[in-house]
Design a protein around this ligand. Sequence first.
Ligand code: MLT
Ligand code: ZN
Length: 433
Amino acid sequence: MNKFRGQTAAVLRPRSTEEVSAIMRYCHERKLAVTPQGGNTGLVGGSVPLHDELILSTSLMNQVYGIDAVARTLTCQAGCVLETLNAALAEHDLMMPLDLGAKGSCQIGGNISSNAGGLRFLRYGSLHGSVLGLKAVLPNGDVIDTMKGLRKDNTGYDLKQLFIGSEGTLGIITEVLMGVVQKPSAVNVAFLACPGYDQVQQTLVAAQKGLGEILSAFEFLDHEGMRCVNETVDVPNPFDSTAPFYVLVETHGSNSEHDYAKLEAFLENAMETGCVVDGVVAQDATQAAALWQVRERITEGLQHDGVVYKYDISLPVQHLYSLVEAMRPRVADLATRCVGFGHLGDGNLHLNITSPTASEELFAQIEPFVYEFTREHRGSISAEHGLGLMKARHIHYSQPAANVTLMRQLKGLLDPHGLLNPYKTVEENPLNV
Ligand code: MLT
Ligand code: ZN
């Protein structure tokens, strides 16, 4: 995001859990701060040093140890790139339960550390469910090992959960045992135009009802998001005319005739009721990929405007777009665009406001309003991107004081000298940025 830049003296690139442990033991004895870094694709500065922290990169820890097609598990090191894991799993007709735009460079250790959500969360759920085990190196070099690979294990506290989503502040994930899923033999993608946000919500309800167990994604973007990808990254609008909202619906199943019939019935109904005014269904994988581009390349497109003020909000679906509607007039004279898109099926809005250069006047129109609105509607100020450096000081908008106190006590217990990924998540960053 070009927001943070540290002055690290060294990047350490260990190849094994043992090497990570040795590094942490050394750093712990000498009180050296360490920032773990995976693919460095995060959006909140979680993997960037703020001052002179050493960087511990997992990029050389890229071994796939094994795939068990019966148990449906994959065991690998933390530095494996998500797309590489999918390629290995495809040979067994399996795939990772998570997918996101950064798949070509993000690493599984970083995905888990940041509890990445992504495009198919609606169907395959959270990493808190699909990670079956991991190894994590604590700030003092001790190794926590939960790699038994059992789907059920009720013996005491589920320690692996501590490292999922704690953004490398409690330990460094070095090895992973993932529950993986069937690669669908039938995939359909439909791209729809809706005349209003009420109709988008009705389309979601109809998709959940009509497509049921085969629904794998329900993503949305508004007209500003569409205009952004058309103008900046040359991705065309699949329709001749524009609409206020667009929805991408995907199905994953095992019987193409059955799935296509379900999709057709859903679409007919959505058009009859006026919830959908235009629609296109991909006829092959190339067309499906082209439709996904409209949604997946918004983030890249927004960067072309210069500075992006980026928010990743969870809200009840009925209030989700009212945040964009409330924001737009506030920033109208100062911003290049105010875009709403995201994972509607998960109640996750990405609100992005762009301008050619950083502007304090614009920023004052956005914050704290965006956080106050979210708190008022009982939402979360970070649905999936994490808190990192950028949002750590705003944790109280989404977490009661007693919860934050317990989080800080846990951090203090595991990392008494505050050496692992300092200034992130539960610690305030001193720069106030
Ligand atoms: C997405 O869903 O495209 C990502 O979370 C990235 C973003 O919010 O920009
Ligand atoms: Zn997202």
